[in-house]
Design a protein around this ligand. Structure first.
Ligand code: PGA
Length: 244
């Protein structure tokens, strides 16, 4: 079932998303969390950390899998998704390093790395709850328009649109890696529960198409209409093109 919730502002949306995760963690302290990078989930991570600190929570039995990582990129690179996650969450909570998983952007054997990642997720029973953003072009993870709904973890080429959108974090557009290793759409759809966030008018068109448009590989997030337990959390701007 798909639910859609619209919030006054980004902060309320972020807190709501964190509360959904905290409820899941309370129910299942060894839950497998699917995590995402990007500007949108930053508020979500801030609220998770605040609750962790204020309520003296224990995250030591959680396991995490991130959606994607640039390729190639050194783990310690300031713009790697490993660094992003470390700076936004992992440095502040007690999730043990061994429980943290991201695709390895330093690998020399991409195929083996993709298979390993996919198998590792499967071997611990799959993701219990996945946080997602949505690209301006409707991508989820780095599954760009045209990606197969059957896709699994693999290397992909980034589109021009995504390179431009992400260049704000790099010194120049030339510095953005051209490839990434990403969980596939089928891998994402296996998550038991999905929480997808969108904020700002730039996302409004992709959000409207994802929720109310045709289910098509041209708009990867539209597949979520087929997921049994997905919730869209939107601010007013991101919801502005939805038909009531
Ligand atoms: P953003 O990226 O949160 O930085 O807008 C979302 C995405 O591209 O999935």
């Amino acid at each position: 079932m798909m639910q859609v919730k619209v919030f006054e502002d980004y902060d309320t949306l972020s807190r709501y998303a964190a509360d959904i995760f905290l409820e899941q963690i309370e129910k299942k302290p060894d839950a497998v969390l699917g995590l995402a990078t990007g500007g949108t989930p930053e508020g979500f991570y801030k609220h998770l950390i605040t609750s962790y600190q204020n309520e003296k929570l224990d995250f030591s039995t959680l396991r995490t899998f991130n959606l994607d990582e640039y390729y190639p990129i050194k783990r310690e690179h300031p713009q790697s998704y490993w660094t992003f996650m470390n700076d936004r969450l992992f440095a502040y909570v007690n999730i043990p390093n061994r429980n943290i998983h991201l695709p390895n952007g330093e690998t020399t054997n991409v195929d083996a790395e993709c298979n390993r990642y996919e198998e590792e997720i499967g071997s611990i029973g799959g993701v219990d709850i996945q946080i997602l953003g949505i690209g301006e072009n409707g991508h989820i993870g780095f599954n760009e328009p045209g990606a197969s709904f059957d896709s699994r973890t693999r290397m992909v080429e980034l589109t021009k649109n995504t390179i431009q959108a992400n260049s704000r974090y790099f010194e120049s557009e030339e510095d953005v890696p051209r490839h990434a290793i990403t969980m596939g759409i089928a891998s994402i759809m296996q998550s038991k529960k999905i929480v997808i966030l969108a904020s700002g008018v730039k996302k409004a068109e992709a959000v409207a198409k994802a929720i109310q448009g045709e289910v098509t590989e041209e708009l990867p997030a539209s597949i979520l209409q087929k997921h049994p337990d997905v919730i869209f959390l939107l601010d007013k701007e991101a919801a502005s093109l939805l038909q009531s």
